[in-house]
Structures are given as C-alpha cells and as structure tokens.
Write a protein that binds this ligand. Sequence first.
Ligand SMILES: [Zn+2]
Length: 234
Amino acid sequence: MLAVVQQLLVLQDRDQRIRALTKDLKDLPLLQQRANSRLEDDVAAVANALAAMREVELKIKSLDLDAQTRRTSIARIKEQQFQTRKNEEFQALAFEVTRYENEVRTLEDQELEFMGQLESVKPAHVQATLQLSETKKHVDEELAAIAERGKNVEVQLAELKADRAQLATAVDPDALSLYDRLMKSKGDAAVVPLLGPICQGCHVSVVIGTQYKLKADEEITQCEQCGRVLFQEG
Ligand SMILES: [Zn+2]
C-alpha cells in the first residue's frame, strides 16, 4: 500500500472518531432533557396529593368560620337575654340560642369528619414526596454521569484534534486536499477498501483498469464511480 494512503487511513480514523464524539456531545442535552422528564410524573403526583389536602383543609377552615360566626351570635343573644325583662322575648332568644347551638354541633361534627378525611389523604402526600425525592436522586446521578461524560468527550476531542492536525502536516498537500474534499462530500469515508472488484464506498464494481492500477500500487487510485481513494486490504 502507498505510504500516503496509509497516512490518509490514519487521518480518516481520527476524523471518524472526531465525528462520532462530536455527535455524542451534541446528543448530551437531549439525554439531560430525557432524564429531567422522568421527574414530571412524580412532581405532578405530589401536586395532586397536595391539592387534595388543601381542598379538605379549606373545607375545615370554612366550617370553623361558620361555627365561629354562630358562637359570636350566641354570645350576642345571651347578652340581649341578660338585658331583657320580658319573659316572652327571653324565651324567643333562648330558642334562638338553642337553634345556633345545634347548628354549631352539626358544623363541629362535619369538621371532625373532614379532619378524619385529612388524615387519610396525608399519607398519599408523604408517599408521593418520598417517591419524588427517590426519583430525583436517580435523576441527579444520571445528570452527573452525563456531565462527566461530556467533560471526558471534550478532553478526548481536544486530543484527537491536536493529533489530527499533527498527522496532517506530514501528508502530501495534494493528497490531503483530495482527502479533505472527499471526506467533506461523502460524509462517511474518503478512503475505502476494494473487495474483489467492489468499491466498499459505493458498492459498485470498478473497471478492470482500475483494479490493475490499484495492484500496481504506484499512484493514488480512485473509484471511477464515487471518486473515493481505494486500497487493497491485506
Ligand atoms: Zn466507489
């Protein structure tokens, strides 16, 4: 194999690794996004459990206010009772007091019922909060691993690029420019093996003249279909 083709193969190896690592680096934000999205369900579960608790707490507060209003009324009526001298009015006020006291009892009973309900919805909130912190722990670990990978890839990329630049200085300028053009236009490889008569870049059979030219190994041989530089394996 021509020395220049060997050089191009080494260069191609670095370029392909650089390309793969650059893609890895580009995919990292997507991986981060995916990790974070795993929290969404747990965050929603905590919010739902909290909303259920708040709803019951609001009912209790409202019942408490209603009972308080009636207690104030009772105190006011008792004051009126104390001031009145008419027996009939006194009785009417006593009736009012009893009515309010009954209402207060009913409200207090309802309040107790909702307090029981509150106790039954609390564990769901505790459970959801625990689940969220558990998931968050895993997600944080995953995010840390992704960040670590990003750092490693950047270091590797810097090393590969420096190595690539160093290698390129030793390559014949014409061959290098041909290689760079092919690498840019083909995207995958600029230097490919010829397997039998088949170019492994475009998978088309090359003409017999091209096969002889490659065998002679005197100058760079390109596939007449795709233009890639050929080499004989083995
Ligand atoms: Zn080809």
